[in-house]
Design a protein around this ligand. Structure first.
Ligand code: EPZ
Length: 408
């Protein structure tokens, strides 16, 4: 267990770098299981979820070496073993074992797949995709001696189910067409990586066409993390000062920029540096929806910003119940009301206090609220925040924050 001790109320100045995207890195790591060869992946973030994913694939016999932000993965000698349930239950991306293990080994244990616990997180669409390609449920396992291409029609955009369908089809016999797929930038990042491994995958709008191939090792650079970038830009507005985010995936962030503009800020992108400045704040309404909509993972991050400025409202079409984090924000003075699936955030006197990080993004929202209020705060269960933010203490201290992460 970790806690973050925050001496808040300081402006944040300078440049902060944005690392590789968590949600692009994780499917690519699990996709290596499908390949037979050595892959080189650069800009791999060193975050909790990635460390766990690497432990999971090492257990099948993968040789993984990290040099700085470059990771080499050798998957020439893999065999199936039941994954460690503790690892599997600590990250959501462990669901990608279903597609990758069925493809490589023809079997996968259905385990208690984990991740942030802000809502019920069903896997029915993942299982349906497996069954479409010829897999069968067998007690607590799913098995498929052969996978054959098929037509898959998703009736909602699911990142995880789209990733698994791609992993299943990439080396199945014949052609698969997936309709209704998610189109987040990390889906294209996965497709690019698999194509570098010899796959034949094309995405057009919400349709992905795949011809199954034998895959060798590949090369890729993990795209920048738009959620980390959006978090730092929001933090800069919240704390004041002159903060610039480097290495942001600017082309993926239109809906985020639009939200900053509607809040009354200007967004400046110059020579790869991104900054936002408040001009005249206005109440903000956010409706989170699948890409290219405003990301659900940033709605908790915008809540303290709304509370500090003019208030606003949030609905989340992806996870309609993703508002548990508001209880933790109450400990820091943020006032809100939940009416069905619509959260109203009131203008609030944010103050220091003690609270617990409820999940990754909700925890970051708590840290942000603590950073903008004078006095000492303590954020407990802080290890969940480190699952998705790299070198957090060093990065924030370098721009003038006063935080210390301690083991408890
Ligand atoms: C991914 O989760 C991300 N996790 C989440 O980020 C993110 O919030 C989410 O996508 C949406 O962008 C990873 O990439 C590891 P989904 P995932 O399947 O894939 C429903 C973070 O903070 N659904 O796109 O699990 C589901 O209930 C984390 O970094 C089904 O009904 O999300 C939801 O309403 C949190 N049946 C919607 O689809 C299924 O079988 C979208 O979920 C699967 C999903």
């Amino acid at each position: 267990m970790k806690k973050i001790i925050v001496c808040g109320g300081r402006p944040l100045n300078g440049k902060i770098s944005v690392g590789g995207s968590k949600n692009a890195a994780l499917p690519i790591l699990f996709a290596c299981i499908l390949t037979n060869g050595i892959s080189k992946i650069v800009n791999m973030p060193d975050i909790g979820d990635v460390r766990v994913a690497i432990e999971i694939i090492r257990a099948f016999g993968a040789k993984v070496d990290r040099f700085g932000d470059t990771v080499y993965i050798d998957t020439r000698n893999l065999s199936y073993v039941r994954p460690n349930p503790e690892h599997v239950s600590s990250i959501r991306a462990s669901t990608y074992l279903i597609g990758s293990c069925l493809s490589r080994f023809g079997e996968c244990d259905i385990l208690p797949f984990g991740g942030c616990n802000f809502s019920l997180r069903p896997i029915d669409m993942h299982i349906d995709a497996c069954i479409s390609l010829g897999a069968q449920l067998d007690g607590e396992k799913i098995v498929a001696p052969r996978l054959r291409g098929a037509e898959i029609n998703f009736n909602k955009a699911s990142v995880g189910a789209t990733v698994n369908a791609i992993l299943l089809a990439a080396s199945a016999e014949g052609q698969t067409v997936i309709d209704g797929c998610a189109i987040e930038p990390h889906i294209d990042a996965l497709i690019d990586f698999l194509n570098s491994c010899g796959a034949q995958i094309v995405r057009e709008c919400r349709r992905i066409s795949i011809v199954g191939k034998r895959l060798h090792g590949g090369n890729t650079r993990i795209i920048g993390d738009m959620i980390e970038a959006g978090s730092y830009l929001a933090l800069g507005l919240l704390c004041g000062g002159d903060l610039k985010a480097l290495d942001s995936p600017i082309e993926d962030m239109h809906s985020v920029f639009d939200a900053f503009l509607r809040l009354g800020a200007s967004v400046v992108a110059e020579a790869g540096e991104l900054s936002v400045k408040m001009i005249r704040s206005k109440p903000l309404f956010i409706s989170a929806s699948p890409y290219p909509g405003f990301p659900t993972d940033l709605q908790p991050i915008f809540a303290p910003l709304m509370a500090k400025k003019c208030g606003g409202e949030i609905i989340d079409e992806v996870w309609p119940e993703r508002f548990g984090y508001l209880h933790s924000l109450s400990d820091l003075g943020i006032r809100w009301n939940l009416n069905g699936n619509r959260a109203t955030i009131y203008f609030s006197e944010i103050h220091c206090g003690k609270t617990a990080a409820p999940d990754l993004r909700g925890g970051m929202a708590c840290l942000m609220a603590a950073l903008c209020s004078s006095g000492q705060s303590e954020i407990y269960s802080a290890e969940v925040i480190l699952r998705g933010y790299e070198n957090l203490e060093q990065k924030l201290c370098a721009i003038g924050a006063d935080i210390k992460i301690e083991d408890i």
